[in-house]
Design a protein around this ligand. Structure first.
Ligand SMILES: *Cc1c(COP(=O)(O)O)cnc(C)c1O
Length: 360
């Protein structure tokens, strides 16, 4: 068996100890004689898995008691609708920050329900910078402000939290959750699809302040009401049990690694190493304002795009896979989430230098 360093933006790598434990427990979880996939979600065994996953996530992120943690389906994309459906609470205006592709999708969906005020847009910079907070034009009567702390495609990340006062702050943390400590109390809602930094695809986590739950727009389907899931411990219907279990293993792994402070140190080191390699060469470049470069997704281009295919092929032969950039950006993108070992980044940087020497 050979494992590669998989730089995919998502579904992404999972920590090897997690996969090994899942393998060992595949046919018989903890003496139950069955796989987690075969268990009733309401049975004692799965309930203990579910509860310890939530407990560990609460410890990792320091989630205050007045927040619910919901284990949902539908991906971050379903949250694009669930957020306005639950948070409008009789208002009509909502604030959105547009920093790139995922912001735009969230905005388009919110427009189905609300009068969307785009408070700031990164358009002038080609979405390679985050507009200064002083320039944001927030509405006084907004039901909430939504932003995307890490734009997975553009590789643009907030290294600060917007201060929206009493207006609830909503964050699509799909590609940055668990990469560093975060002050959850600053947020109304945090949500994330699991397949980047939490676990396998199919699970979506929403962390919702309790006072924002309970008043939906008329016609909201039961499954789109946070209250449905908050009141049932995310067991109104069958939750994504196996994804929940694997997420729990990832949370335990993160605790073993030293928690999010330790992950932040590692993630910063990995990102700095890769950006230094890019900036230190005339052959590779990254267009993002250094003040808001992502720790998780690092797009870069080659001076000669005709070498792209060769770069990808040679990288893959060395076990460095899925480096092709998003079709809207071109070039390369290295996604270096929590589960990407530092050795993977080192191997990539070494290959980049060697490739440049031969072809640059
Ligand atoms: C991947 C991603 C999404 C889409 O997630 P799905 O779970 O596929 O719906 C949304 N927002 C961000 C920031 C992402 O990285």
């Amino acid at each position: 068996m050979t494992r590669v360093f998989n730089f995919s933006a998502g579904p992404a790598m999972l920590p090897e100890p997690v996969l090994e434990q899942a393998r060992d427990e595949m046919l018989d979880w903890n003496g139950t004689g069955m796989s987690v996939m075969e268990m009733s979600h309401r049975g004692k065994a799965f309930m203990s898995i579910a509860e310890s996953a939530e407990r560990d996530l609460r410890v990792l992120m320091g989630i205050p008691d007045n927040y619910k943690v919901l284990f949902l389906q539908g991906g971050a994309s379903a949250q694009f609708a669930m957020v306005p459906m639950n948070l409008l609470r009789g208002r009509t205006r909502v604030d959105y920050v547009n920093t790139g592709a995922w912001s735009r999708k969230a905005i388009a969906e919110a427009r189905r329900f609300a009068d969307v005020n785009v408070v700031a847009t990164g358009e002038d910079s080609g979405f390679n910078a985050i507009p200064a907070f002083e320039s944001w034009r927030c509405a006084d009567d907004a039901a909430y402000l939504h932003y995307t702390p890490n734009e997975t495609i553009g590789g643009v990340e907030f290294h600060w939290i917007p201060d929206t006062g009493d207006v609830p702050l909503v964050a699509d943390m799909s590609s940055t959750i668990l990469s560093r400590p975060v002050d959850v109390s600053r947020y109304g809602v945090i949500y994330a699809g699991a397949q980047k930094n939490i676990g396998p695809a199919g699970l979506t986590i929403a962390i919702v302040r309790e006072d924002l739950i309970g008043e939906t727009v008329s016609g909201t389907p039961t499954m789109f009401d946070y209250k449905t899931h908050a009141e049932s411990g995310s067991m109104y219907n069958t939750p994504p049990t196996y994804g929940w279990y694997l997420a729990g293993l990832v949370f335990k792994w993160l605790l073993d690694m030293g928690g999010l402070e330790a992950m932040a140190r590692i993630n910063r080191r990995k990102a700095e190493k890769l950006y230094a390699a890019i900036d230190g060469s005339d052959f590779y470049s990254n267009p993002v304002d250094p003040a808001c470069r992502s720790w998780m997704n690092v797009p870069f281009t080659l001076a000669n795009p005709e070498l792209d295919a060769e770069f990808l092929k040679e990288a893959a032969a060395l076990g460095l896979t899925t480096l092709k950039g998003h079709r809207s950006v071109g070039g390369m993108r290295a996604s270096i989430y929590n589960a990407m070992p530092e050795a993977g980044v080192s191997a990539l940087v070494d290959f980049m230098a060697e490739f440049e020497q031969r072809k640059g």
